[in-house]
Ligand binder design. Structure first.
Ligand code: BG6
Length: 493
């Protein structure tokens, strides 16, 4: 966000550097930042892995993956410059001596920089290792300077409110809150950030942004992919914990928050917590009324058989894990009284499409009531991915002699402005290097978001859904998800 501040020399330490996230997202993001001149003048990436490897072997492995996952082309000149910053370091997560060796390595780099550099620890590992790593970092004083050292933690952050609070307390033994960067990669997406610009950078939308003019809000994150190779992880997670508790609630916060006084990270994060606090809690006996779960079953699409969730690797044949969730939320504050916020997400849906729909109320009186025209109420659609645009639907006169009306769209297309958009991880890693916490989750945000879904989570974990599988792979989810919105005279857009 603050591109112009000078970046201090930094050593980046990646735990889990041989894993999937590192090769698909982290190294490509650092490489692209490097090409764009956005890495600090002095930087080193220490890639930690359990196995014995040479720097040369690891660098080649990264290069091969960059060819597939980098946004920008890998040229020999750029690569030659970048690869010199990567060091492989054999490391055992649970052995204190490994951390002491790492300490020496960091000091060696500091000697070359000629100063104590910033340290950015990236935990790209299974959540059960966080406490081990954090304790060893504390015991070996690896992060001894609160002004210079930061830690990035991937989701899932806990698996319910209590475990998230425990994790927060544990991290607080080693790091101050301002040093902790809890990633939600949706917040780094260009179109999600644009919600702030759209809402607070214009004078014409904000006055309409409340219950007086808005009928309902819909947030859809539909994925075409299934659980791929992550069956074992997903079986313990499900759509509610994997997507709604974090990504969808964060998007909801961006849509519903009050205008912040400034773009200071504390301001924006405070306004988001206000939204989470205002979300009406769903009582246990109302879960079925406000929330719908689904699990995809086998189907045939275009003559091709698609596996159901229970046929995927690592999934129990009678699994109760939901691969789809839709919830109706209400916010108890002045702005959003009685406006339903419908959110839904699912795997193996008809298409990959993430978007927000702001449905405005119909006109109180129609001047065109004596004509055959059906007036569509105004609607704003913010397409997050794969399309990245903002569309405003309104009525216009058809050119011609008669007074005929038709709905038309006004479109702002991100791609038309810039066809080369940074990946979410580039934005987030740059912000972490700069020390800008705005797009990261604060401890209270995470705990509050867990609180919002607690009753649904408990009801779904404790009660088996006997209708599973209840939607076909390649569809828009279970029929009940339509009923959820139709009960109120609405439809999924
Ligand atoms: C991750 C979830 O956080 O987000 C995955 O764990 C999901 O299950 C992914 O597929 C979706 O991210 P994106 O950026 O592809 O929409």
């Amino acid at each position: 966000m603050n591109e112009n501040r000078m970046l201090q020399p930094t050593t980046i330490i990646i735990f889990g550097a041989t894993g999937d996230l590192a090769k698909r997202k982290l190294f490509p993001a650092f490489y692209n930042l490097y090409i764009d001149g956005r890495m600090p003048k002095g930087f080193n990436i220490i890639a930690l892995g359990r196995a014995e490897n040479t720097d040369e072997y690891f660098r080649n492995y990264i290069k091969e993956n960059l060819e597939s996952f980098s946004r920008k082309k890998v040229t020999s000149e750029d690569w030659a410059g970048f690869q010199a910053h990567i060091t492989y370091f054999q490391h055992q997560l649970d052995e204190e001596s490994s951390y002491k060796d790492l300490y020496k390595k960091l000091q060696d780099f500091d000697a070359v920089y000629g100063m104590r550099a910033n340290r950015l620890f990236y935990l790209s590992i299974a959540p059960n290792f966080i406490s081990t790593i954090s304790n060893h970092i504390k015991n070996t004083s690896l992060a001894s300077d609160p002004k210079k050292d930061r830690i990035i933690i991937e989701k899932p952050f806990g698996h319910n409110k209590q475990s998230a609070a425990e994790l927060n307390s544990l991290l607080a033994e080693t790091f101050e809150e301002e040093q902790i960067y809890r990633i939600d990669h949706y917040l780094g997406k260009e179109t999600v950030q644009n919600i702030l610009a759209f809402r607070f950078g214009n004078s014409i939308f904000e006055p309409l942004w409340d219950h007086k003019y808005i009928e309902s809000v819909q947030i859809t994150v539909a994925e075409e992919v299934g659980v791929e190779t992550r069956g074992a992880f997903y079986e313990q997670t499900g759509a509610l914990k994997d997507m709604i508790q974090n990504h969808l609630l964060q998007i909801l916060c961006m849509v519903a928050m009050e205008p912040p006084a400034s773009l200071k990270s504390g301001e924006i994060r405070d306004r988001k917590v206000d939204v989470l606090k205002a979300i009406r809690r769903i009582s246990p006996d109302q879960v079925d009324h406000y929330a719908v779960r689904g699990q995809y079953g086998r189907s045939v699409v275009g003559g091709r058989e698609i596996k159901g969730y229970r046929q995927e690797n690592g999934i129990a044949p009678d699994s109760n894990t939901e691969t789809f969730a839709a919830i109706k939320f209400y916010l108890d504050n002045e702005r959003w009284q009685d406006v339903p916020f419908y959110v839904r997400t699912g795997k193996k849906m008809k298409e990959k499409h993430s978007y927000i729909t702001i449905q405005f109320k119909p006109l109180p009186h129609s001047t065109f009531s004596d004509t055959p025209h059906h007036l569509s109420a105004n609607r704003l659609i913010i397409n997050i991915q794969p399309m990245m645009d903002i569309r405003l639907l309104f009525m216009a006169k058809k050119p011609g002699l008669a007074m005929d009306l038709k709905p038309v769209e006004m479109i702002f297309d991100n791609f038309a402005c810039q066809d080369d958009t940074p990946e979410a991880y580039e934005t987030l890693l740059q912000d972490a290097l700069l020390g800008d916490l705005t797009l990261f989750m604060r401890s209270d945000q995470v705990e509050e978001a867990w609180d919002v879904v607690t009753t649904i989570q408990e009801a779904w974990e404790n009660n088996k859904d006997l209708s599973f599988p209840n939607y076909k792979a390649g569809s828009w989810g279970p029929e009940d998800s339509n009923t959820l919105v139709e009960r109120q005279g609405h439809n999924w857009v």
